[in-house]
Ligand binder design. Structure first.
Ligand code: SF4
Ligand code: ZN
Length: 320
């Protein structure tokens, strides 16, 4: 009988082959902050080693490589991405960029994913930004975070996946995380003057569809209490084999736009203006419509809520 992580990995389709010396992409956007301010922001999707955890909902392994990230590859990727930035900003009508999100589909403070020797050149390349955001599993938040923050002229923000505040679902996600461990990592960030961003799932496996919105609101409240500046809602995407297995067992239902809209509206209300709750814009195109009649209206409502921070709901004659 294989262990659960081996069983989950065995169901995956083959991993696409990536060049560890090239980033996966760069996007720019105006991101709403907790005070309602808009920050010109760039996201660089980096290529590197896979995360050692094996969450049942994860599809980030698709953007990773076999084995550790080669030393020097991430600074080279970041330099190439920053070369593209002026043209992307011009296209978007932005005259500057204040925030840099470095998303490596894994954990920034895992030595296999980000070699120790690369932290200094990455910090140098990121030195022109007022805020730098990296992602990391709460259990890998350690003294490296403070050291990296100390190398940056700007402010460091760490994005951690809470995923859900539903204790039982969280324990079954394969994340190997408890709410207490999450809270301890958040406390450590606060003590080190590092800001917190939180990922919360929409369409959490093991939570019935009718309870999804309630638990997203609970999760946003938990993130707010832990000191989050912002919460990104992540619609769970199928395709890793394990989610299809769970769907067959009735333990997972892919979220549609109506649920995402409801969760965003509920999350904004739960945050009571203290936390910027939004859906990352690149996630929207991958969410099932559910109902074709209201697809465009719901996408527009989600984009509007992302921009205003004010909850609203679409009424559809066909699906309600
Ligand atoms: S911790 Fe994040 S990157 Fe790692 S398996 Fe879970 S969702 Fe994927
Ligand atoms: Zn509809």
């Amino acid at each position: 009988m294989p262990t659960w992580d081996v069983a989950v990995r065995a169901l995956r389709p083959p991993r696409p082959v990536h060049d560890p010396w090239r980033p996966q992409g760069v996007t720019v956007e105006l991101e709403r902050g907790p005070g309602g301010e808009f920050t010109p922001s760039a996201t660089v999707f980096l290529t590197g080693a896979e995360c050692p955890f094996t969450c049942v909902f994860c599809d980030l392994w698709r953007y990773t490589i076999d084995g550790p990230t080669p030393a020097g590859a991430l600074p080279a990727q970041l330099a190439a991405a920053l070369d593209q930035l002026p043209a992307l900003l011009r296209e978007a009508g932005l005259d500057r960029c204040d925030q840099l999100k470095l998303y490596n589909a894994s954990n920034f403070f895992d030595r296999h994913a980000v070699p120790e020797a690369d932290l200094e050149p990455i910090a140098r390349l990121a030195g022109g930004f007022r805020r730098v955001v990296v992602e990391c599993h709460p259990r890998l938040v350690d003294e490296r975070v403070r050291r990296f923050a100390g190398r940056l002229p700007g402010r460091l923000e760490v994005a951690m996946g809470l995923e859900t505040a539903h204790p039982e679902a969280l324990s079954r996600l394969g994340k190997q995380l408890t709410l207490e461990q999450f809270d301890r990592a958040a406390e450590r960030l606060r003590a080190d003057a590092v800001d917190l961003r939180v990922f919360v799932l929409v369409g959490v496996p093991f939570v019935p569809a009718a309870e999804q919105a309630k638990w997203v609101s609970q999760s946003v409240r938990h993130a707010a209490r832990a000191g989050a500046r912002s919460v990104a809602l992540i619609p769970v995407r199928g395709g890793n084999g394990e989610l299809e297995r769970l769907r067959g067992l009735g333990e997972f239902e892919p979220p549609d736009l109506a649920l995402l809209e409801e969760c965003l509206a509920g999350g904004l209300q739960a945050a009571e203006g203290s936390v910027a709750v939004q859906v990352d814009p690149w996630d929207l195109g991958q969410v099932a419509a559910g109902c074709e009649s209201c697809r465009d209206a719901r996408v527009a409502a989600i984009r509007e809520m992302n921009g205003t921070g004010v909850a609203r709901r679409t009424v559809c004659g066909d699906c309600g």
